[in-house]
Design a binder for this molecule. Structure first.
Ligand code: GBH
Length: 515
């Protein structure tokens, strides 16, 4: 009783800024008398669990530039931007981008200034393997990543390396890219080169970034590179190969490298939160279908108890294929060997999350396609704040719901949020990004503290303004701006960088500082 009264007394004292001796202030801070475990007006004041890690991320094609330097050859994004610049919002490309190939020391400097514990970046496949296969290993390519990794470690920042973030060698695309199952083995070979050259210092590996995006946008919608309109077929083939590629790399690491290198390896999947548009059971089912067709497609084989593709996907695509007069499902089947290899093949659940959609049932889809198979239509609530990207609205509560769905669906896996962030049109006073990061991180904190979700790290996308794929340089995601008119590509902290730094320093949200 006395203790509680004392705590309340302290809280009143501190929060009303009554002068206290520095000593008491310090002890109050340490013991978190500033309001741990209180939710006020929907905001949770409290701190992240001990050991929780904060980082920030980029990807090779989006920041490196030096697209043809030191022996690097063409990848599928180089090909797309050079042959078809009209599909990029500002007709731009990643030829120079943030020039991180030459400016990586500047990147490490700002990472240090931010106070993050880790940095997630990706390897450019053709920079390391100019022929796509292992017949040539580029000394300069290996040197670049060695230098970056060493510079990070010298500054106390842990590298988290994504082996593949969408930039397949064009030479391998010419063999069919991810629709050709042999790609799984080429990927395994590339992963071996990565583990043997960098694994002595890299303890956090991500095999693939967002296989759903690469498969559906690249091989079904025909938007992103390689921009193939293989509706209803290409995306499923690509996803199938990417799953196998992941499993091969995981087991390669697990058997041959983990015993000596002792790191962790997993996959990064992306998902929107899918909110039923109405309480009509048809829309509830539609929202569940949408989640299974996006996240479940890749998560079910790896993280569920039974493995394999989600039963719902197998059933729907199988039925549709039959109706179309096909002999077999457009969704290839996983043999029991692959089901076993995939099951449990990830040390953590890497999650990229940005926004939410409203989902309703839709039976009017046209040609065989991923979209029609889902029998869903998505929309947004006009009240959700807009951002610099048409597809991205600010819906913080969707993050918490998604984290809870993952907890329930996959038995509360260890989730690492490998991307979360927002775009605008530029400027250093990025108030909307400050609010977005604060609110999304707060929903994540609620998922941990109030819902018992297992989440051990958070990664803000992105460290830098960069080449936003089809959006070119028109959509800025950085917490640091990059002056793309300056040959030096000077980096400057935005307000969001400072806000993120403060959250990291406080390990969460302390009430007193806001009052
Ligand atoms: C991430 O994907 C990527 O990993 C990262 O490279 C990227 O910079 C970041 O998002 C921000 O976009 O405009 O209609 O073509 C997140 C999932 C899926 C979001 C594809 C953008 C394109 C929609 N992305 N989507 S559209």
């Amino acid at each position: 009783m006395f203790k509680i009264t004392f705590v309340i007394f302290l809280r009143i004292l501190i929060c009303s800024k009554t002068s206290l001796s520095a000593e008491i202030m310090e002890s109050a801070k340490n013991e978190q008398y500033c309001g741990e475990k209180t939710v006020e007006k929907g905001f949770y004041y409290g701190t992240f669990p001990e050991g929780f890690k904060f980082g920030t991320a980029t990807s090779a094609y989006q920041i490196e530039g030096a697209w043809n330097e030191d022996g690097k050859t063409e990848n599928i994004w180089d090909r797309l931007v050079h042959q078809n610049s009209a599909v990029i919002a500002d007709g731009s490309n990643g030829d120079i981008a943030a020039d991180s190939y030459h400016k990586y020391k500047d990147d490490v400097k700002i990472l240090k200034e931010l106070g993050v514990e880790f940095y997630r970046f990706s390897l450019s496949w053709t920079r390391v393997l100019p022929k796509g296969d292992v017949s040539v290993i580029s000394t300069e390519g290996i040197q670049y990543y060695n230098d970056l990794i060493d510079e990070l470690l010298a500054n106390g920042i842990m590298p988290m390396v994504t082996i593949y973030h969408w930039d397949l060698p064009q030479s391998l695309q010419d063999l069919g890219g991810w629709t050709n199952e042999i790609m799984a083995e080429y990927f395994e070979d590339f992963a071996r080169v990565a583990f043997s050259n960098f694994g002595d210092r890299v303890k956090w590996w991500i095999t693939l970034n967002e296989p759903w995006v690469q498969s559906v946008l690249g091989y079904d919608f025909g938007w992103d590179a390689p921009r193939l309109n293989l509706h209803g077929v290409g995306g499923y083939l690509s996803g199938h190969t990417m799953l196998k590629a992941h499993a091969l790399a995981f087991h390669l690491y697990d058997k041959e490298f983990r015993p000596s290198q002792k790191g962790k390896i997993g996959i990064t999947l992306e998902s929107f939160w899918m909110e039923p548009k109405t309480s009509d059971p048809k829309d509830l089912e539609a929202a569940e279908r949408a989640l299974q067709f996006e996240l479940g497609w890749f998560a079910h084989p790896i993280f569920s108890k039974n493995g394999d593709y989600p039963p719902l996907m197998k059933q729907i695509i199988g039925e549709n294929s039959k109706k179309e007069g096909l002999k077999r499902s457009r969704l290839p089947s996983l043999s029991s060997k692959w089901i076993e290899l995939l099951k449990g093949s990830s040390d953590f659940f890497g999650l990229n999350h940005y926004t939410s959609y409203l989902v309703e049932a839709d039976e009017n889809g046209q040609d065989p396609s991923w979209r029609r198979d889902t029998r869903c239509k998505t929309s947004v609530n006009p009240l959700w704040p807009e951002t610099g990207s048409p597809w991205l609205k600010v819906v913080p509560w969707g993050f918490r719901k998604l984290l809870n769905w993952i907890k329930k669906e996959y038995n509360n896996p260890d989730v690492i949020v490998t991307e979360n962030g927002v775009s605008d049109k530029g400027g250093l006073a990025d108030k909307q990004r400050v609010a977005y990061i604060t609110e999304y991180m707060n929903e994540m904190l609620k998922a941990i503290k109030l819902d018992g979700c297992n989440i051990s790290a958070y990664t803000c996308w992105s460290l830098l303004d960069n080449f936003e794929w089809l959006g070119g340089y028109t959509q800025k995601f950085g917490i640091y701006s990059v002056d793309f008119d300056d040959p030096e590509r000077r980096r400057t902290a935005k307000e969001s960088a400072k806000a993120y730094s403060t959250i990291i320093k406080n390990n969460g949200f302390l009430k007193c500082q806001d009052i």
